[in-house]
Design a protein around this ligand. Structure first.
Ligand SMILES: *Cc1c(COP(=O)(O)O)cnc(C)c1O
Length: 218
């Protein structure tokens, strides 16, 4: 595997921004190559694939789940997942809490917002998110920890639109921080930016970028 694209990106990203190398559909050998140069944070979007890679690879890797998560598949990742970026419903958060409890863990999670123009992207609306946070049930969930928000911009060349969507996500983050997490120092992550738009996302305040195809160039 060619390490030049990875080296270029890791050098371009400021120190305060975490690079999640999105390794979905990439081989264990490709991940091992990045691990060997010191990269330890990988993103996957299929539970069984992530579990198989977890089993095959060194145990100090941080595994981030970034895709739509079906409740019947939480069991594959609950024992080891480092961060779930994609909480897109209250019922999913409740189920993650159940599995975390069974595994005697507290699983860090991000609330995924729908900010794009496309109908195919998952995520909460602002109203759904507020309903979730204000629900009496939410305060009983002891085995999940909300540490920030995540979102995806529309897949487009229109930089103005992408920037506007990232600004919206940043505003959601700031409002939630002020209204619900002001005394919670763990609430600090703004996961936005992918291969085509991570530079814009960083300009708009991203703390975590999820980059796949620009790293694993064939
Ligand atoms: C695949 C994926 C990425 C990475 O996409 P690239 O364009 O390959 O960088 C980031 N976030 C999510 C949620 C994804 O599914």
């Amino acid at each position: 595997m060619d390490l030049i694209p990875y080296n270029t990106i890791i050098t371009a990203i400021p120190n305060h921004v975490k690079l999640v190398a999105v390794s979905k559909m990439r081989s264990v050998a490709q991940i091992q190559t990045l691990y060997n140069v010191g990269h330890k944070c990988f993103g996957e979007n299929r539970p069984q694939e992530m579990k198989a890679k977890y089993v095959a690879l060194p145990k100090d890797i941080e595994w981030h789940f970034i895709g739509h998560l079906q409740t019947n598949k939480i069991k594959y990742i609950a024992p080891f997942v480092s961060l779930i970026h994609s909480i897109d419903s209250f019922s999913l958060l409740q189920e993650v809490n159940c599995h975390a409890e069974k595994n005697h863990r507290i699983i860090p999670c991000l609330l995924q917002f729908f900010v794009a123009q496309e109908a195919t992207k998952h995520g909460l609306s602002w109203e759904e998110c507020i309903a979730l946070l204000e629900s009496p049930v939410f305060s009983t969930l002891k085995n999940v920890k909300i540490i920030g928000v995540m979102g995806m911009a529309t897949f487009t060349n229109d930089e103005t639109l992408i920037r506007k969507e990232f600004k919206t996500l940043h505003e959601y983050f700031t409002q939630l921080k002020t209204q619900y997490f002001a005394t919670n120092p763990d609430f600090k992550e703004l996961s936005m930016g992918m291969s085509d738009d991570y530079a814009i996302a960083i300009e708009e305040g991203s703390s975590m970028v999820r980059v796949g195809s620009a790293i694993f160039v064939e």
